[in-house]
Design a protein around this ligand. Structure first.
Ligand SMILES: Nc1nc2c(ncn2[C@@H]2O[C@H](COP(=O)(O)OP(=O)(O)OP(=O)(O)O)[C@@H](O)[C@H]2O)c(=O)[nH]1
Ligand SMILES: [Mg+2]
Length: 113
């Protein structure tokens, strides 16, 4: 909390579905919000074949929605089709992470105009 107290805004970018990001994101977001910080979460949802992880991710999304946290969600299920032609999973994640950040910055620019 020390890290974010005094901040105007917190942007959390995370790949939901595992342990760390899925647990920490709603906790941090809620804590920051309660401390008066404006919070934005940018997150990816796991593939449908990652069944258990997808359920965990959805639970985190529900928590964020219940706390009325601003959320931009990208589904790997859609992105993996849209961004076909990657050499490996690492290559895919690298491209996707760049795309997710660019997309967010584009949204910000539109907002500011
Ligand atoms: N956008 C993006 N998604 C990723 C990346 N690596 C994994 N994922 C996706 O994000 C989900 C969570 O990744 P994990 O590494 O399991 O999550 P974590 O938060 O690090 O949690 P633990 O590793 O369990 O501590 C995975 O199920 C994948 O769908 C990545 O580099 N970029
Ligand atoms: Mg991990």
């Amino acid at each position: 909390m020390d890290l974010i107290s005094g901040a105007e805004r917190l942007v959390l970018v995370t790949g939901l579905g595992g342990g760390t990001g899925t647990g920490a994101t709603p906790a941090l977001a809620t804590m920051a919000r309660e401390g008066g910080v404006s919070v934005q979460v940018v997150a990816t949802l796991p593939l449908r074949l990652e069944k258990r992880r997808r359920e965990q991710a959805q639970a985190a999304v529900d928590q964020l929605a219940a706390a009325d946290i601003d959320l931009v969600l990208h589904d790997h299920e859609d992105m993996v089709i849209r961004h076909a032609g990657h050499a490996s999973l690492d290559d895919y994640f690298l491209k996707i992470d760049q795309w997710v950040v660019e997309d967010f910055l584009t949204r910000e620019t539109h907002h500011a105009q």
